[in-house]
Design a protein around this ligand. Sequence first.
Ligand code: PMP
Length: 451
Amino acid sequence: MYYKNILETIGNTPLIQLNRIAEGINATILAKLETPNPGNSVKDRMALKMIEDAEARGDIKPGGTIIECTSGNTGMGLAIASVVKGYKCIFTTTDKQSKEKVDILKAVGAEVIVCPTNVASDDPRSYYSIAERLSKEIPNSFWCNQYDNLSNRTAHYESTGPEIWEQTEGKITHFVVGVGTGGTISGVGKYLKEQNPDIKIWGIDTYGSVFKKYHETGVFDEKEIYPYVTEGIGEDILPKNVDFELIDYFEKVTDKDAAVYTRKLAREEGMLVGNSAGSAMAGIVQLKDKLKPTDVVVVLFHDHGSRYIAKIFNDDWMRERGFLDDELNVGDLIEKKQDKTFYSVQKTKTVREVMNVMKENDISQMPVMDNGTIIGSITETSVLNYILENPMNNTEKLVEAIMNEPFPMVKTDVPCSRLRQYINKEISAVVAEDKAGSKHVITNYDIIQAM
Ligand code: PMP
């Protein structure tokens, strides 16, 4: 058996149980993983449907141009379908999207126009306005308009919804998914509620988007709108594809939690998926108290993580946004130290006495103290050098005379990666004070032991 072209491979994606990441959630959590689609996202389904419906209506004829505003995934689906069907593609996107997403669209033959993110949708520079203008200027062109084109949600009503119903043998109790155009949630939600009206449909929204407040109050509040990092979900408009009646509840997830959970999905489930998948997963964790052991929750993961390699899966990008707090800090190093004694010497001790303390306790450096205050530091190397150079009088000489500068003091929340700024060939340790006020010496050895 073989497929006649790539478009025939769209859909029939797997449903996979989540295990480690779902520990602590008292329900069965199943992921509808959309990455096996040829464009690596769920959007292949609706892209093909929008084109087929346009063809059936006569809105696009052979050799025509497909125009769309797309953050990448819809564009990928449209571009693949256009390659097979012989259309040209022009996409408008925003400068918020990953560079990879733009490059990948060009790879499948599309022209991509990158527009500013922080302008209103009716601004002539917005990706929405530019797509609209091009569709008027270019003959035999079709602007898909995934926000208001209801072929979008119909695709999910016809394919994604029935697949989930069959794969769960009708046992699904909750469907959870990130909401952008609303096509996925509305199409799947409508199909599932027709089979069983008790199934709960939960939408995942971002901070900076209008959906949740509009759903709960009927108010379109412009004050809810501000720039955010999460890609693919949340809107500053009300797309026609969002059927608010079908949605039981919206949960907002922060940019940070979305990013952190995207990483967790890769590391704990082996699922390299995109930003909105992490958002949806974090949303389920936030809502876990509403679930019970007999519940069967299906969460849909829209796209592939390879499109976020320069962002979510890049440590520097995560750190710059304050999204990385799984990194060990000085406080963690103190916790992990087996021997938490603060070894130090009074300035009045002799070099020989210092050497004995070091030998007995197997340590290589110590702060030098004067009445409870750190006034200097002494290392194994300086002690050894002195003893070798002065074999006769090391029992008399006071450590004060050969000590170095005190070790730098650091706070317990300093991440390990920043310790490189302090610890080097000359400075072999730092000192930190814990919450109880006890001092601790941290050395390279402690960092290596903690890793
Ligand atoms: N996640 C990603 C990565 C997306 O590209 C989109 C589409 N904007 C969504 C989620 C939201 O899906 P929908 O548009 O069907 O609501």
